[in-house]
Design a binder for this molecule. Structure first.
Ligand code: P53
Length: 477
């Protein structure tokens, strides 16, 4: 007997902009991911003012899934996936975002892809906006700081819900909608909300306003979706990184708790349909005068999500300073402390399998809705041996340890978990750094940080291992 229920969703996760390529194929518009350059360990990705000649934009070709999806779906099928999480590139469907009519060729691509997945008994799990929106919406409307974006997003959601109502059951609205809160930096504001902060603007205020419009758009999409097909399961998607106190000093403990409340307030808004009280107080005190109408509040209550999808990679440790402000804090600009009890990935992310059990329990206690781990994994350098094999034991260890903890959460703690889709099941472009060599896949793609390589696919050792895990419904680890 397996700890996991029959029908547990075992899959892999990706996002359109990080793996499709075909950035200007078949009428696709420029997306915000198309104006981000490649960075590396030390260098951040830059956001350029439109697509500029001579720049390296890794998402333009990515791994060319757009033209190679049939072969890749064969591999997913061989791996035994019963679901596959990807996103729909909004800019394929509405190239500028504000058109009245969708682009038929874009819609057709996802029809073909979903048909192919279903023919292989792989259920699509679809994110509506995964760090992706038409760039025109940034230029002409200022991104999500503008209320008009709600209508554009809901129109997009309605079109795809209608079109794929018999092919897709599991949806999520905005990927890692809370990154902007936790990090409050240029990258997260742009990828979450298409925001470029202007001189003199208060970025906190702009962020809270944009996130509010997104939450309203998400709640409206939930309502529209349930009308189109009452069987739809529509979730939110948040990035989960537990925050631990550095010491038992109550100031550290409280600060860690406040960061948790802050980092997950958007889950409160999307799951409970309301803002937490500490944040309402904060908005008042700062005199933000946000555009949050009474009608919006009704919409939020009427459009609660069905489940929480979340990513889990690492945890954080925080220390309170003597001069600690009594007020708002984000993780991004705070005293993060190294966790000496944990190992780190090559990119400095702390590896914390028990933190996944902690996260599952925390969400379960707080929200009491089904949970879905829609991202987890280890970004690492891989070495291809002379015979083409790739011995990625470190990746197997990472995944095994996390699945073990997930199993404890289900079996011992009784957490209601829908499924597990490790991130980047096939190597793809890193969101944070734009690199190819930060690899997550069990399927290797021959392409490097300079964009060189044949794009050929091959199986890593983790491929066979994960196939057995799925075949045994999580028993053979
Ligand atoms: P990369 C930061 C913190 C947690 C999750 O990230 C994050 C990020 C962004 O770096 O993003 C999610 O590619 C995201 C994916 C992304 C993946 O984690 O920077 O949903 O799009 O690729 C891994 O290593």
């Amino acid at each position: 007997m397996s700890a996991f229920p029959k029908g547990f969703l075992w899959g892999g996760a990706v996002a359109a902009h990080q793996f499709e390529g075909g950035w200007d194929s078949d009428g696709k518009g420029v997306s915000i991911a198309d104006v981000m350059t490649a960075g590396d360990h030390q260098t951040s990705r830059r956001i350029t003012d439109g697509v500029k000649p001579g720049e390296n934009y890794p998402n333009h070709e990515a791994i060319d899934f757009y033209h190679r999806y049939k072969g890749d779906v064969e591999l997913f099928s061989e791996l035994g996936l019963n679901c596959f999480r990807t996103s729909i590139a909004w800019s394929r469907i509405f190239p500028n975002g504000d058109e009245d009519q969708p682009n038929e060729k874009g819609l057709k691509f996802y029809d073909d892809l979903f048909d192919d997945l279903l023919a292989h008994h792989i259920e699509p799990v679809i994110t509506l906006s995964h760090f992706e929106m038409p760039y025109h919406l940034v230029q002409a409307y200022g991104g999500w700081r503008n209320r008009k974006l709600i209508d554009f997003f809901v129109r997009f959601a309605k079109v795809v819900f209608d079109r794929y109502k018999d092919k897709v059951k599991y949806w999520m609205t905005f990927n890692e909608i809370n990154n902007q809160v936790g990090m409050l930096n240029e990258w997260s504001l742009f990828t979450n909300s298409g925001l470029v902060i202007q001189p003199g603007e208060d970025k906190e205020k702009v962020m809270f306003q944009a996130a509010h419009y997104e939450a309203v758009a998400s709640a409206l999409a939930v309502q529209v979706g349930h009308k189109i097909n009452p069987d739809f399961q529509i979730g939110c998607m948040v990035a989960m990184g537990p925050v631990y106190p550095a010491t038992p000093n109550p100031n550290d403990v409280f600060k860690a708790e406040r960061l948790m409340q802050m980092n997950y307030y958007l889950a409160d808004v999307q799951v409970k349909g309301r803002y937490p009280s500490f944040l309402e107080r904060y908005f008042d005190r700062r005199k933000f005068d946000l555009d949050i109408t009474l009608e919006d509040r009704d919409v939020l209550l009427a459009g609660k999500v069905d489940y929480i999808g979340f990513s889990y990679y690492a945890s954080h440790v925080i220390k309170a300073g003597a001069d600690e402000p009594k007020d708002f804090i984000t993780l991004g600009n705070n005293r993060e402390v190294k966790n000496e009890t944990l190992q780190r990935s090559d990119w400095g992310w702390e590896i914390d399998p028990v933190g996944l059990r902690y996260a599952l329990n925390w969400f379960s206690d707080r929200y009491d809705v089904p949970l879905f781990i829609v991202e987890n994994g280890l970004g690492a350098f891989d070495k291809v041996e002379k015979d083409g094999s790739i011995h990625d034991d470190y990746r197997i260890d990472y995944l095994r340890q996390h699945i073990e903890q997930m199993k404890l959460a289900v079996e011992v703690d009784g957490v209601n978990l829908m499924g597990y889709t490790p991130w980047g099941i096939i190597d793809l472009v890193s969101a944070g750094t734009g690199q190819m060599d930060k690899r997550y896949g069990v399927i290797y793609v021959d392409k490097d940080d300079q964009g060189k390589g044949s794009l050929a696919r091959s199986k890593k050792d983790s491929f066979d291992w994960f196939r057995k895990v799925i075949q045994s419904n999580g028993e053979d680890l």
